[in-house]
Design a protein around this ligand. Structure first.
Ligand code: COA
Length: 425
């Protein structure tokens, strides 16, 4: 027995009547799709979002094509469902959808990991104006639209602008690697790996491509320098362990990250350059303190943001880390939870390493990488004592922050972590 179920556009966090554009269809008629497998990619004015199937089945009919404009509730495709259990699940979903027109992201299970891109193009960093056809053309050539000034009304970019950009870039006197960086084209030679042994080819997921584009863009466009230092967190760790014991029954666990997030917000107040963003001719200083933290999820990397950290206590920050980590790992995070960050922290401390170079999360101007704390013999002018040392790697945008300022920021952070009473001053 089989049944046909219509998969429609869920609530993707934009106004329900607002049109969004289909920029890619990921399946064809006859394909077998799995529950949560991406079926189309849409683009709103804020983000590219992959919409997944909400059950498994065979694609019988597709209602839309690339370039179509759709709204919440528009039909995407018909799925032939075989399995009885999935049928039950499907009818449950349909009932829910009908009962509640304000279907939340959580209920639809929409894959928002791809909204990493929403950080790029959120309210503080708008995408250049261009039509889907133009964006597709740019994608095909690997051209980054942020490098192009549009010639049409409101600086809208046209296909001709892209052609001119490519022509000028190729004719320019810049070096080959510069050219390819600007165009986003890799000059690495193509290698036939099969010549050397058996291989397996797996296509990159949309999310992996988005992450890759973003990291490449930030790495190429921002002159990164990393300041490495260590904080003595022996006393802080003893305090953390004792507090966690006290709160064991309440189920609240504080990790070093919560103390780091708070300490960073205090240091940002003292060193406002680290809480700024660069636009063409200005430095924009932010008077709010929103800190992002990188979470390692199955599909890649995501950076949720905790807002107004300066007004929060450590326990609330710890609860928020837990809440956002769980949401991120269950694909339930919303675009608004990925926006508006001032500074990011990437902690690999629970895994290992002694230092690394974190890549700045544009439009932010600095990021803190945290490696694994280890006991080391430290000299106190009389003898060596075992102290727990936390490695901190601060990458900063050298256009805005000088090396001395970065060293001061890191030292200030270290002072707070070494003696957390300073956080009260
Ligand atoms: N040094 C030593 N131990 C550390 C540590 C550090 N720097 N940071 C965390 N730990 C310990 C924690 O204290 C905890 O130990 P405990 O159980 O004794 O209290 C343990 O490691 C597990 O911590 P975790 O649950 O991971 O919590 P967290 O708050 O430190 O980190 C996340 C939360 C979401 C950031 C983390 O799980 C994660 O995803 N990290 C990877 C981020 C990433 O991929 N960054 C790379 C970007 S390029």
């Amino acid at each position: 027995m089989s049944d046909i179920v219509k998969i429609t556009v869920p609530d993707i966090g934009v106004e329900s009547s607002k049109e969004i554009q289909v920029i890619e269809t990921l399946v064809s008629i006859g394909d077998t799709v799995k529950n949560q497998q991406g079926i189309i990619v849409v683009e709103s004015d804020k983000a590219s979002i992959e919409i997944p199937a909400t059950m498994s089945g065979k694609v019988k009919f597709i209602y839309i094509k690339t370039g179509d404009k759709i709204i919440q509730g528009s039909p995407i495709l018909d799925l032939e469902i075989e399995d009885l259990e999935i049928k039950i699940q499907s009818s449950k979903n349909l009932i829910k959808n009908e009962e509640n027109s304000d279907v939340s992201l959580e209920k639809t299970g929409i894959n928002l990991q791809n909204n990493l891109e929403s950080k790029d193009i959120s309210s503080y960093e708008k995408l250049p104006l261009s039509s889907p056809t133009v964006r597709k053309f740019a994608r095909e050539l690997g051209v980054n639209l942020n490098h192009i000034k549009g010639s049409a009304k409101n600086n809208r970019i046209t296909i001709n602008d892209i052609r001119e950009f490519v022509k000028n870039t190729l004719n320019s006197k810049s070096t080959a690697s510069n050219r390819n960086d600007l165009l986003g084209i890799s000059i690495l030679p193509k290698i036939d790996f099969e010549k050397f042994g058996s291989i397996e080819i797996k296509p990159l997921s949309t999310m992996r491509k988005i992450i890759g584009d973003k990291l490449h863009r930030n790495w190429v466009n921002i002159p990164h320098i990393t300041n490495n230092d260590e904080a003595d967190i022996t006393d802080l760790e003893n305090f953390r362990v004792s507090i966690n014991k006290e709160n064991e029954k309440l189920g609240i666990k504080i990790t070093i990250l919560a103390f780091l997030i708070k300490a960073v917000s205090i240091s940002l107040k003292e060193y406002p350059e680290f809480n700024s963003s660069l636009d063409e001719n200005n430095l924009i200083f932010k008077k709010y303190y929103n800190i992002g933290f990188a979470i390692d999820i199955k599909k890649g990397l995501i950076v949720p943001v905790i807002n107004n950290v300066d007004r929060m206590g450590i326990i609330d920050i710890a609860k928020k880390i837990k809440e956002l980590s769980e949401k991120a790992r269950n694909s339930k995070i919303s675009p608004s939870e990925l926006e508006g960050g001032c500074f990011s922290i990437s902690s690999l401390g629970n895994i290992g390493g002694t230092s690394f170079t974190p890549i700045i999360n544009s439009p932010e101007v600095a990021i803190l990488g945290v490696s694994k704390a280890q006991y080391k013999p430290m000299w106190n002018q009389e003898k060596f004592l075992p102290r727990l040392m936390l490695p901190l790697s601060l990458s900063y945008d050298h256009r805005i922050i000088d090396g001395a300022l970065a060293a001061r920021f890191n030292s200030n952070l270290i002072k707070i972590l070494t003696d957390y009473r300073r956080a009260l001053l």
